[in-house]
Ligand binder design. Structure first.
Ligand code: NAD
Ligand code: ZN
Length: 235
C-alpha cells in the first residue's frame, strides 16, 4: 500500500478566500513582514500585530474548506496511510476532516502566555482587547504561531521529516517553496525515491525536481489527481 503525503502551503487555502503571503494579491504586498511576523515586531508593537492576527482570524472563521482540503481528507478516510504536512495556520485541513495533520507553523486559534507559558485554543474573534490577556494569570498572550527567525516545533518537524523520507507519493500543493526548513521536505522525499507531484499555478523552485507538475489551482489539480491516488493507495 502506498503512503501518500501532502505538503501544503497558503495556496491550498487561497480558493477558500484566505490570502497567501507571496504571489499575486499576497499579504506581503500590503504589509511589512518584519513588523507583523517577527518576535521583534511583536515586542515593538503587540497591539498592531494582534490587530492583524485578529483580522486574519476573522477571515479564517468565515472561510470554508475547499475541494482540495476535502479530497485530501477523503483519501485519508478511504486509504488510511495518508498524511498532511502543512505550513498553514488556519486549521482548514482539520475542518475538512483530516486527522493525520502535522502543523509546522502553529495554529492561528492557539495562544501562548508570555508570563506563565500556558498554551490553549481561544476561538473568540474579534478579541475584546489587543493584546489579549491570559485566562490563567492575566499575562500578555501571543499567537502560538512560528514567526520568522523562530525555530519550528521539534516534534512536528521530526514527524514531517520521517513522513517525507517514507512517502511513496509526495504531493506539494500551493507552496512557494521559499520558507525553510519546511521547503526542504520535497527534497527529502525525492532523495528517498518518492514520486513528487507539484500542484501550483506558478513555477517554484520545487518544480524542477518534481516528477509531475500540474500548473493548476489546488482544487482543479486535486480533482485531476485524486482518482490516480485512490488507485495507488488501494494497491
Ligand atoms: P506563500 O504565500 O509563500 O506561497 C503561496 C503559493 O501558493 C505560491 O506559490 C502561489 O503560486 C500558490 N498559489 C496561489 N494560489 C493558489 C491556488 N489557488 N492553488 C494552488 N496554489 C496557489 O505560502 P507558503 O509557501 O505557505 O509559505 C509562507 C508562510 O505563509 C507559511 O509559513 C504559512 O505559515 C504562512 N501563511 C499561512 C496562511 C494560511 O494559514 N492559510 C496564509 C498565508 C500565509
Ligand atoms: Zn499566563
Amino acid at each position: 500500500m502506498a503512503r501518500i503525503v501532502f505538503f501544503t502551503g497558503a495556496g491550498v487555502s487561497a480558493e477558500s478566500g484566505i490570502p497567501t503571503f507571496r504571489g499575486k494579491g499576497g499579504l506581503w504586498e500590503k504589509f511589512k513582514v518584519e513588523e507583523l511576523a517577527t518576535p521583534e515586531g511583536f515586542f515593538r508593537n503587540p497591539k498592531k500585530v494582534w490587530e492583524w492576527y485578529d483580522m486574519r482570524r476573522q477571515a479564517v472563521a468565515k472561510a470554508q474548506p475547499n475541494d482540495a482540503h476535502r479530497l485530501m481528507a477523503r483519501l485519508e478516510e478511504e486509504c488510511g496511510d495518508v498524511w498532511v504536512i502543512t505550513q498553514n495556520v488556519d486549521g482548514l485541513h482539520q475542518r475538512a476532516g483530516s486527522k493525520n495533520v502535522i502543523e509546522l507553523h502553529g495554529n492561528i486559534w492557539r495562544v501562548r502566555c508570555l508570563d506563565c507559558g500556558a498554551v490553549y485554543y481561544e476561538y473568540t474573534t474579534p478579541l475584546p482587547e489587543y493584546p489579549p490577556k491570559c485566562k490563567e494569570c492575566g499575562g500578555m498572550l501571543r499567537p502560538d504561531v512560528v514567526w520568522f527567525g523562530e525555530p519550528l516545533p521539534m516534534d512536528a518537524l521530526e514527524r514531517a521529516w520521517d513522513l517525507s523520507r517514507t512517502a511513496d507519493i509526495f504531493v506539494v500543493v500551493g507552496t512557494s517553496g521559499l520558507v525553510y526548513p519546511a521547503a526542504q521536505l520535497p527534497y527529502v522525499a525525492k532523495e528517498n525515491d518518492a514520486y513528487v507531484v507539484e500542484i501550483n499555478p506558478e513555477e517554484t523552485p520545487i518544480s524542477s525536481i518534481a516528477d509531475e507538475v500540474l500548473r493548476e489551482k489546488a482544487t482543479v489539480g486535486m480533482r485531476e489527481i485524486y482518482p490516480r491516488l485512490r488507485e495507488r493507495c488501494g494497491e
